[in-house]
Design a protein around this ligand. Sequence first.
Ligand SMILES: Cc1cc2nc3c(=O)[nH]c(=O)nc-3n(C[C@H](O)[C@H](O)[C@H](O)COP(=O)(O)OP(=O)(O)OC[C@H]3O[C@@H](n4cnc5c(N)ncnc54)[C@H](O)[C@@H]3O)c2cc1C
Length: 440
Amino acid sequence: MSDKQAPIFILGGGAWGLSTALHLSRAGHTNITVFERAETIPSPYSAAYDLNKIVRPEYEDSFYTGLALEAIEAWKTPLFGPYFHQTGYIVATTGAAPPKAIHHLQAALETIQANPMFKSKITPLTGKKEFQDFAWQFSGPLNGFQGYFNRLAGYAHSSNALHGIWLHLAANGVKFILGDRAGKVEELLYDSSSPSANRQCVGVRTADGKFHRSKTTICALGAHAASLIPSLGRFAVARCWSVAHVQLTASEVDLLRGLPTTNVRDLGFFFEPDPETRLFKLCPLGAGYTNTQESGLSIPPADRLPPPQDFIPVADERKLRKLLQEVFPWMADRPFVDQKLCWFADTIDSDFCIDFVPDTQKSLVVLSGDSGHGFKMMPTFGSWVVRLLESGEQTEARWRWKDIDTRSLDWDTAVSWRIGGTRELKDLIADKKRQEQARL
Ligand SMILES: Cc1cc2nc3c(=O)[nH]c(=O)nc-3n(C[C@H](O)[C@H](O)[C@H](O)COP(=O)(O)OP(=O)(O)OC[C@H]3O[C@@H](n4cnc5c(N)ncnc54)[C@H](O)[C@@H]3O)c2cc1C
C-alpha cells in the first residue's frame, strides 16, 4: 500500500487488532480507525480480557518457536515491558498423564533443546525435590511429576497490555470508535451485492445504522469473525475454554509471589497471583467447546454476560481441583470465583490465518485462527500484517486463507497439544441445569 493517507479500518480492538494498528502506525499510515464494540479497552468480548497469558517459545513447529522468541524480545521493550513477567515456565505431566500429553511435552521440548538460544536455559525436572528447586511453594505430593523449567518464558498481563497499548495508540493519532452501537460492526459493505462476484469491500455498517467508507478493511474480531465473514467459519471455528480463579488473601498473594508460570499438561495451568485483585487464575486447557448454530457455524453467544457463560463444566472443575491437590492442597477446596468461558478462533492445524479474503480485490484482510496461542505474539503480530499489505500476497503458506471445510474432521486426534474431546455449549448448559435441579 503506497498511499499512507488512505483510510484503513481495523475491526476489533483485541490483541491482534491493536497490534496491527500499532505496526501500521509505525509504518507511517495516518488514517487508521479501530471499531470496537466494547465501551472501553480491554473489551470483555476479547479472548485476552484476562489477568494473564502464557508467553512461551516452545512449540512442536519450530517456525512458531522462532516467532515466539522474537515476540519475547519485543515484550522486553519499554512499550510492552510493563506487562511482561519473565517468571520462568514449568511444564510437567503427572504420573497419570495420557501418552498424548507426554508426547507433546517431549516434542515441544525437543524444538527448544535444538535451538542454541536455550543453551543453559532449560532444566529437566523429575520428582518433587527438583520441582521445588524452582517453585519452593509447591507443597503437594506432585505424584509422578516429570518435566522441565524454561527460564526464558513467563506470562504477560493481558488486560493491562490491551489497555496500555490502546492509550498509546489513541495518543498517537489512531482513531477509536467504541461502544455497542457506534463501534459494533454489523455488516461489511461491498460494491456488489453478489457474494460470488469479485467484489470490493468498501466499508462497514455499525449498529447505530451509520455507514463508514474505507479503502482497506482488516477484520480482527477473534472468535466473532465468522459472523461477518461466514466462509471463514468453515476452517476457523469459535471455541471456548474454561477459566476459574481462587480469591487469595494478601499474605497468600505474597506467599506465591514470583511463582513460575506452570503448565501441567494433563490437568491445567496457573500463574503467580495478580497483586491488584488477589486472584489466582487457573485454566484446564482441554479440547474446548463449540457453539454450533443452525447455519453449521460455531459463533460465540451474542452477549458475554449474564449466564450461560459464567460457569465452567464439572469435568473442568474436577481437573482443576486435582491440579490443586497435587500442587497446592491448601487451596484445593476453595470456591472458584469469576468462572467464565473464554472464546477464541481455532484451526485444526493451530495455524493463524493472516490473508486477504478471496475475491475481494485485496480490499478485505482477515486476521483469525489464533487457536488459543496468539496473545504472546501481540508485540510483533502487526508487522506481519504490514508485510502482507505491502507485498500484496501472503508468502507464508501456513497463514493463507484455506479453501477447505475442516468442521467434520477429527480435531481431537489432529490437535496434538489438547487433551480430551470437544462438546457443544448447549449440552454443557443442559448438564448444569440437571445438576442444579438434582441439588434442590
Ligand atoms: C482461555 C484462553 C486462554 C488463552 N491463553 C493463552 C496463552 O496462555 N498464551 C497465548 O499466547 N494466547 C492465549 N490465548 C489466546 C489469545 O487470547 C488470543 O490468541 C488473542 O486474544 C487473539 O487476539 P484477537 O485480536 O484475534 O481476538 P480478541 O482478543 O478476542 O479480540 C477480538 C475483538 O473484537 C471485538 N469484537 C467482536 N465482535 C465485534 C464487532 N461486531 N464489532 C466490533 N468489535 C467486535 C471484541 O470485543 C474483541 O475486543 C488464550 C485464549 C483463551 C480463550
